[in-house]
Write a protein that binds this ligand. Structure first.
Ligand code: SAM
Length: 272
């Protein structure tokens, strides 16, 4: 395949699938290539409801951001933000208060290139290409320094990203560094894969993930392991639940989702 799209940065090999672009495909986005779609379809063959599950967990992001804005949070750090798709954090936040500030962080150059395009006309949001495992680089970046006041409460978002960190990356320690950098009243939102997805095809799924540019398996975690990421912060109602059950807009619709909503941990906590 050739570099046939003008928006693709020159140094990107589009024949190697990227986690960000595969997720964009699962969410119905347009910023993905044949290799990404092939991996997405391979995952679908193992997990037929993966597309619906991706949308289900993405919708929890919308509700969590709305909840944080409603609780007075006016600045957000979205770690592992992905390729911009509908209802991005700044769009949700700005629909309530255009003064909200957002910094997006992703390791993927395409996710960053698209975020730059999307954010060209807003002064209140910026994007940084960085590895979330390097909190010093993120927190000391010009983007964070210019947009966020770390003396005021911040909404930290780790949405569907921490399962790309292995235990040797010390995800608990990584998240703690961000938690320690923000003041009381800050919020931490996490969505994270549990062991439900791909349970019957674990080794095939791991092989498929290793074929991506990420070159690593998915590190699914138990509820207790995800709880540990919140440290001593206080989980807000309804606690750590599966994504469809995190403050659903229409509770009576939940039954339709139970088949898809398998072990997609979702929780939001407040710094005491
Ligand atoms: N947060 C978005 C959401 O919930 O819709 C996107 C989730 S997508 C499954 C995971 C994103 O995390 C990808 O865009 C990927 O590039 C990014 N990512 C993975 N490892 C990362 C790391 N170490 N540092 C920064 N971003 C990372």
């Amino acid at each position: 395949m050739t570099q046939d799209a003008p928006w693709v940065p020159a140094d990107i090999d589009i024949t190697v699938p990227s986690v960000a672009r595969v997720y964009d495909y699962l969410l119905g986005g347009a910023h993905n290539f044949a290799a990404d779609r092939a991996l997405g379809e391979k995952i679908r063959a193992m997990e037929p409801t993966v597309f619906e599950s991706a949308r289900l967990v993405r919708s929890a992001l919308t509700r969590m951001v709305r909840h944080m804005v409603g609780s007075g949070i006016r600045q957000f750090l979205d770690l592992g933000s992905g390729i911009p798709t509908v209802a991005n954090v700044h769009e949700i936040a700005h629909s309530v208060d255009p003064g909200c500030r957002v910094v997006y962080v992703d390791i993927d150059p395409i996710a960053v290139a698209h975020s730059e395009l999307l954010l060209m006309d807003t002064d209140h949001a910026d994007v940084l290409r960085a590895d979330v495992r390097d909190p010093d680089a993120v927190l000391g970046s010009p983007q964070v320094t210019a947009q966020l006041n770390l003396n005021e409460p911040v909404g930290l978002l780790f949405m569907m990203v921490l399962h790309y960190l292995g235990d040797t990356d010390d995800p608990v320690g990584v998240v703690r560094r961000y938690r320690d950098a923000v003041p009381r009243g800050s919020r931490l939102a996490i969505t994270h894969l549990g062991h439900g997805l791909g349970a019957e095809n674990k080794s095939e799924l791991d092989d498929a993930m290793r074929s991506s540019g990420n070159r690593d398996q998915l590190h699914q975690r138990t509820r207790d392991e995800v709880l540990a990421l919140f440290g001593d912060w206080r989980l807000e109602r309804p606690g750590l639940v599966s994504a469809g059950g995190w403050r659903p807009d229409i509770p009576t619709d939940l039954s339709a989702f139970t088949a898809l909503d398998r072990d997609l941990h979702a929780g939001l906590a407040r710094k005491p």
